[in-house]
Ligand binder design. Sequence first.
Ligand code: PMV
Length: 318
Amino acid sequence: MPAITSSSPGKIILCGEHAVVYGAPAIALPVFQLNTKTTILAQPSAPEGKVRMIAPCIGLDSDLESLADNHPLKATTALVMQKMGVTRLQACEIRINTTIPIATGLGSSASVTVSLARALSAFLGNPIPDELVNQIAFEIEKLHHGTPSGIDNTVVTYQVPVYFVKGEPIEHLKIRHPFTLVIADSGAASLTAETVARVRERWLADKERYDTIFANIADLSREVKENLEKNDLNQHGELLSRNHELLQALGVSTPMLDDLVNCALQAGALGAKLSGGGGGGNIIALVHHTQADSISRALEQQGAVRTITTTLAPGRGA
Ligand code: PMV
């Protein structure tokens, strides 16, 4: 049997993170320069059910059986089998390689789950539909993040820009005019589960204040969506920078993220914000295409450990 492979992109959040957990809309974009590839190879001479799971990104090379039941890779495997009504798995080696840095708000956990779920169902002879992949990835996101909104698994599963509202049908956001983003990694890892939990504590302590911030972020996401139709890059940038200020007010930015945002603006970006859970991870800057290189260099001089330039174009994600 030939090896089965499946790949999934990374993602960024253009607008609306954290508020999306409380029902506000948010916009997420797939990033195809980052990706996870799962390869499954049958091992006909090994005993049935013996599954070797190799994931160098987390230093894992282990028999599936010896992992805890709530280990996300074991839980994904079990959930795919359960949803497919399958109880036996042919001996195999599952290798997961990802170029997405872990815990930096770029969707590594969702990307790993989605590529594993797709590869495994294909290996079992019946590739599962996107809706089921998304459901499985959402369950596994709960293991990673506690109370996820579902935005990461959705954008990574469908691999299109999404305007996402928790509990509502998925809205594919059509990109009508190209725009360029520089993504810059602060080099600090941060667990989304922790930043989401911190925001929840603050919200519980002062609901009025935080509900107002969430409502303001919701307005921004709606405006960004409208603006994508109009193609007013200056306004788009302005909206992203205002989103960053509201994320600062939520307490999820850091001095390093603020420095990178300011650096991008000083270097000529039209707007910039942290992207994802915050507390570390990445910022994104909206830039004129011709300035992407100089802004990336400025961000690297400011301490970004890596930058990626990505252009959203009609008909596809980043
Ligand atoms: O996985 P991250 O760090 O991109 O965070 C996802 C966005 C949050 O709104 C912070 C959490 C969520 O589940 O929506």
